[in-house]
Design a protein around this ligand. Structure first.
Ligand code: AKG
Length: 251
């Protein structure tokens, strides 16, 4: 397995770095204008204390370390507000096996209807809407990664504690597979596995830390992925947990 570990935020683009980065910056600026005209004013340009990385893992799959750091407190608070309305709960695999990861969601009524889980019949209430601050950030992440047309209708929350993992799977229940997945990590670090189009394909092991963002779409949209069992630890913001926020266009 290849391992993508921590690299300096300042030397993260070894080959073809300059060209890739300029192209990304041009796309970002252009797409920001597009989003501005379509959606209205939003915070696309908050100053970053630390320069995030731009690491192309595969064509269409981009890792941006630290991108969420400048607003981590805001994001965590927005998530807590959603979780107060739609509490975390256990779930099961499509085969009905109980899963250790606790989950919740927010998003549109259409997305809710498409994702309603008959294995959790008690969760009948419509989801709360995606908080604006999270929605804006998911658009910025997608724009930076080269997906300016991303329009998510749902955000799925996973909470892991020590020993809890997420088996290798594909995200294939969304209607429009041209839309990417935007994934934000908060709290304890984990090893994220990003593989190929077959479950048995070799995987890259990627260390994901607090504030890191991965976007995968286009030719990478159907890559299998998962999370290795979380190591025990304590994070100043999230305590013994890792949270993952995954934005999708579901309906
Ligand atoms: O926790 C993560 O980083 C991955 C989450 C994920 O793959 C999923 O919810 O489908």
């Amino acid at each position: 397995m290849d391992t993508v570990g921590r690299v300096s935020r300042f030397q993260s683009n070894p080959s073809g770095a300059f060209l890739k980065r300029s192209r990304a910056q041009f796309c970002f600026a252009f797409s920001s204008l597009l989003v501005y005209y379509e959606i209205g004013p939003m915070n696309l340009f908050s100053p970053l204390a630390i320069e995030p990385t731009y690491e192309e893992l595969f064509p269409g799959a981009v890792l941006m370390r630290g991108l969420a750091l400048p607003q981590d407190v805001e994001f965590f608070a927005a998530m807590q507000k959603v979780l107060a309305l739609a509490p975390l709960h256990n779930t099961a695999t499509p085969g009905g096996l109980p899963m250790g990861v606790m989950v919740s969601d927010c998003g549109t009524p259409e997305a809710f209807r498409r994702r309603w889980d008959p294995l959790n019949p008690q969760i009948r209430k419509l989801w709360p809407p995606i908080p604006r601050v999270l929605m804006d950030f998911s658009l910025r992440c997608a724009v930076r990664a080269g997906f300016p047309l991303f329009r998510p209708d749902s955000c799925h929350f996973n909470r892991y504690h020590a020993g809890i993992k997420l088996g290798i799977h594909q995200d294939r229940h969304e209607c429009d597979l041209t839309q990417p997945i935007v994934s934000i990590s908060l709290g304890l670090e984990c090893i994220f596995l990003l593989g190929g189009m077959q479950r048995t394909d070799k995987t890259k092991r990627i260390l994901l830390e607090h504030g890191d963002v991965i976007v995968w779409g286009g030719p990478s949209r159907m890559r299998f992925h998962g999370v290795l069992p979380l190591k025990p630890g304590h994070h100043p913001m999230t305590g013994p947990y890792r949270y993952n926020l995954t934005f999708r266009k579901v309906a």
